[in-house]
Ligand binder design. Structure first.
Ligand SMILES: [Zn+2]
Ligand SMILES: [Zn+2]
Length: 170
């Protein structure tokens, strides 16, 4: 089960659309499991690494994935070449992921891009790495053209995520 936990007030229709896409993409149940709040003392833009661990415990089974969704900004990552926006973060092969909609202009009109970001971070929680296929949601999300893509996995990533999900269930 994929549990979407919101840190801000999102449009219920958008969340419904998102969980539907996630269900279709991963073949596991997905639902909005309610909201939670950012721990006191943390300020925007949030350090995604700190925030993902500091968020309160969510009632979930061991093999559930928890996707936190925020409208607020995540601090950019410092690279050798400058700064890169942080669209989200995930713990590889683990439970938690976070996605920010701060960089998406009018998210209600762009649910595909939100789903694409969420698919990538959730994909990482299932142990998927980045993909070279520009159409795929696992394509590096800072690449040019990523934002125009559809909320889909390539066949390779889809099969890999299905295999990982089967493994965790057994
Ligand atoms: Zn990624
Ligand atoms: Zn792929």
């Amino acid at each position: 089960m994929i549990r979407v936990v919101t840190l801000d007030e999102f449009d219920p229709a958008l969340l419904k659309q998102l969980t539907k896409v996630l269900y279709q993409a991963f073949g596991v149940g997905a639902e909005h499991s309610g909201g939670t709040s950012v721990p006191s003392g943390m300020q925007e833009p949030f350090d995604a690494n700190k925030l993902i661990d500091a968020l309160p415990k969510v009632q979930a089974f061991a093999d559930d994935k928890v996707l936190f969704l925020t409208m607020r900004k995540l601090a950019p990552r410092r690279l050798m070449s400058g700064e890169a926006p942080t669209l989200g973060l995930a713990r590889y092969n683990s439970q938690r992921a976070i996605v920010s909609t701060a960089t998406i202009k009018n998210v209600v009109d762009n649910p595909k891009l939100l789903a694409r970001y969420c698919m990538q971070e959730l994909g990482h929680t299932f142990g998927l790495h980045h993909c070279l296929d520009a159409r795929c949601s696992m394509y590096p999300n800072w690449s040019l053209g990523y934002t125009n893509g559809d909320s889909i996995f390539c066949n390779f990533c889809r099969e890999l995520s299905e295999a990982r999900i089967r493994q965790t269930k057994s």
